[in-house]
Design a protein around this ligand. Structure first.
Ligand code: HEM
Length: 205
């Protein structure tokens, strides 16, 4: 019989659901504005702009839920890394994903209540939530209030540089999400991690 661990409290599941919904809206409306073609718009331009602005405000508000939850509950401890062993831990997890997983070896970092993420998850979640996300959000808010952006920086238009940073980091976030959703299929069954994000319980192998 498989063991069940309660790893995703309600506030975290709520945040994650809102975050995924807003993120997908931002992705579709963002791509639609980037490649806008009057004759064949993915989403009508004015609707894409409004949708992008609303989802941007929504995802920022829900980000405060994530930060507050991680500051005031034990979930925040899951985002601490041990710098000294980081390199060897990443190598061990990488080796497992490349080889061990196919020969049904025991994972080097089994899921426990104290440590639910493996080192690769930990680093990628920290990178996405504490590095990429703030850059995309800050540049997004600056573009919403362009009068706050410096006119010129390094001889280029400040708005152009801000928009470029927003788009490039948004692109990396989108890559993160695609890899993230794919890696979530690596569970007890391909769907079990998705069920965990609905009922809160992780099913161990
Ligand atoms: C439709 C899109 C998405 C799906 C289906 C999805 C699915 C999942 C699943 C199944 C988990 C639990 C497994 C695990 O611990 O890794 C999870 C956790 C997580 N996801 Fe997503 N995700 C999506 C979008 C996103 C996006 C856009 C972000 C970030 C911007 C994100 C960030 C996270 C984080 C940080 C966790 C760990 C939360 C915690 O336990 O503290 N996800 N996701």
């Amino acid at each position: 019989m498989s063991e069940k661990l309660y790893l995703y409290p309600l506030w975290l599941r709520l945040w994650h659901g809102l975050n995924a919904l807003f993120f997908l809206t931002l992705l579709v409306t963002g791509i639609s504005m980037q490649y806008s073609d009057i004759d064949f718009p993915l989403v009508r331009f004015d609707l894409a702009v409004t949708g992008h602005n609303i989802a941007g405000i929504g995802i920022t508000l829900s980000y405060f839920m994530f930060i507050t939850g991680n500051l005031f509950t034990s979930n925040g401890r899951q985002y601490r890394i041990n710098i000294r062993s980081l390199f060897s831990d990443l190598l061990a997890q990488g080796r497992y994903y490349l080889f061990g997983i196919f020969s049904k070896q025991i994972p080097p970092f089994p899921v426990t209540l104290k440590s639910k993420f493996n080192p690769l998850q930990r680093v990628s979640y920290i990178g996405a939530m504490y590095v990429l996300f703030p850059i995309v959000a800050i540049t997004g808010w600056a573009l919403l209030f362009p009068e706050t952006i410096a006119r010129q920086a390094f001889g280029y238009s400040g708005t152009l540089l801000t928009a470029l940073l927003h788009i490039v980091m948004g692109f990396f976030m989108s890559i993160f999400m695609i890899v993230h959703v794919y890696m979530c299929t690596v569970g007890k069954t391909p769907l079990s991690n998705f069920k965990s994000m609905i009922n809160g319980y992780h099913e161990a192998h």
